[in-house]
Design a binder for this molecule. Structure first.
Ligand code: ATP
Ligand code: MG
Length: 423
């Protein structure tokens, strides 16, 4: 991408409406702009990251055996009457269409997925089944704040499992529990699971996944052993479940270990075992092996995809801007033409840009006639992992200056060897 043809409205000043660092940096890096309270435009750089996060979530869900479909944003309110949970309270946005039917902009999808299931699945032989989608949700939050962290319109991955009995349903639950750690790890995050309140969704077992960050909305307490345990590839679920962790009002100092850690957390995911809460009310039944009709057992599993973009920034930034984990960096490499208009620099940049693009490296080429200082500052702000400065002096030696955003390390590298470094 040539920066001269891109939309990257970076800001030098920190906008006063943003109180937490991720919100400030997302605005300053030109990733998002607020359209209305809690409703955001995702500008090209922001969308690029959002899609990468979304794809990692998708890949791990698929690997865990879940199957993607897509449900609409609008749902008939009549379905919600059937499940018996009523509406979602004041958070629900309800509109009346021209035929006087009420539609809900989906805040979550238990009713719709249960309806799909009961209309299309007949036999225990088709189970277990885990269906998910990645779709925009709307919740009319009382206090939208912190940018995309608590929006009104936000992107969520929500999966729903269907099993013939409780034992199998709990295995499905554990499969998601495991997949969640893989997802957060690939996003460069350390997330800790907490036994959680089942809230408006209902059910009898639930875990929240919290990323530790000073600006988290909830206060969390946990056994320090989690930090190592969640970092291993082979998760020891029984041990994890035996450790103490509690959020806010669930915390009981009498139950906690003496070295309990307290921190603030951002909830990035939430999983629930639902049992037959929705399947019984909405008659989601299949033919069992004994030939009798059986109500299926369900689970539901959410991840805040758009919130994750903010959470990653909370966990990884410095005073100059964002430090993206490579897995979600919008561009892997940036070419900074230190002297646009200088013939040799322009030529070398063009050739390098073509070369990097050909090698499949997502590259942002700053070809604008701006000062070198402002170009460097922009790349630090938007967090490009590899920054390649092409200037007249090093070019005379056939070199460019390569900077690693994370370590700040700079080195002179031969122009024709750059690719080996950035891949
Ligand atoms: P919270 O306690 O933060 O309000 P919730 O319990 O209402 O979240 P769930 O219904 O479990 O959320 O939704 C699944 C995930 O969607 C959450 O774990 C969170 O990451 C994300 N999420 C929920 N509400 C919002 C929001 N208003 N803005 C952005 N992401 C959200
Ligand atoms: Mg929650």
């Amino acid at each position: 991408m040539r920066l001269s043809h891109y939309l990257l409205p970076v800001l030098k000043e920190t906008p006063s409406e943003a109180t937490i660092i991720s919100h400030q940096l997302m605005l300053r890096a030109g990733m998002i702009r607020q359209l209305s309270s809690g409703i955001y435009n995702w500008l090209p750089l922001g969308l690029n990251v959002l899609k990468k996060v979304e794809n990692i979530v998708r890949e791990e869900m698929n690997k865990a055996g879940a199957v993607e479909l897509l449900m609409p944003t609008m749902q008939p309110a009549s379905l919600w009457a059937e499940s018996g949970r009523g509406d979602y309270g004041k958070e629900t946005l309800i509109v009346t269409d021209r035929h006087n039917n009420q539609l809900i902009y989906g805040p979550t999808n238990e009713e719709v997925i249960t309806d799909i299931f009961r209309n299309n699945v007949r036999s225990y032989k088709e189970l277990p089944l885990n269906l998910y989608h990645i779709q925009w949700k709307f919740r009319d939050e009382i206090r939208p704040r912190f940018g995309v962290m608590r929006g009104r319109e936000f992107l969520m991955k929500d999966a729903y499992s269907f099993d013939i009995d409780e034992k199998s349903a709990k295995e499905s639950y554990d499969t998601m529990y495991r997949a969640y750690f893989k997802i957060f790890k690939r996003l460069g995050l350390k997330a800790i699971p907490f036994k959680a309140d089942t809230g408006a969704i209902g059910g009898d077992m639930s875990h929240e996944f919290q990323v530790i960050a000073n600006t988290g909305e909830s206060e969390i307490f946990y056994d320090p052993k989690f930090e190592e345990l969640v970092d291993t590839d082979e998760l020891d679920i029984p041990t994890l479940r035996s450790l103490y962790s509690a959020a806010d009002e669930m915390h009981d100092p009498a139950q906690a270990p003496s070295d309990v850690k307290s921190a603030r957390g951002i909830e990035v995911g939430h999983i629930f075992y639902l049992g037959d809460k929705y399947s019984a009310a909405m008659k989601a039944e299949v033919m069992g092996a004994d030939g009798k009709s059986t109500t299926v057992k369900m689970g539901c599993y959410g991840i805040g995809v758009s919130r994750l973009v903010g959470a990653i920034i909370e966990a990884s930034h410095d005073e100059n801007g964002i430090i993206w984990p490579e897995s979600v960096a919008p561009f892997q490499a940036a070419i900074i033409n230190v002297k646009s208009g200088h013939e040799a620099c322009d030529k070398a940049c063009e050739a390098l840009y073509a070369h990097l693009c050909e090698a499949g490296i997502e590259t942002l080429y700053d070809d604008r006639k701006e000062s070198a200082g402002s170009k460097f500052a922009t790349q630090d702000l938007i967090g490009t992992p590899w920054q390649i400065a092409v200037g007249p002096r090093s070019l005379e030696q056939g070199n460019v200056e390569l900077k690693n955003r994370k370590t700040g390390e700079k080195q002179d590298v031969p122009l024709d060897k750059v690719i080996a470094y950035v891949t």
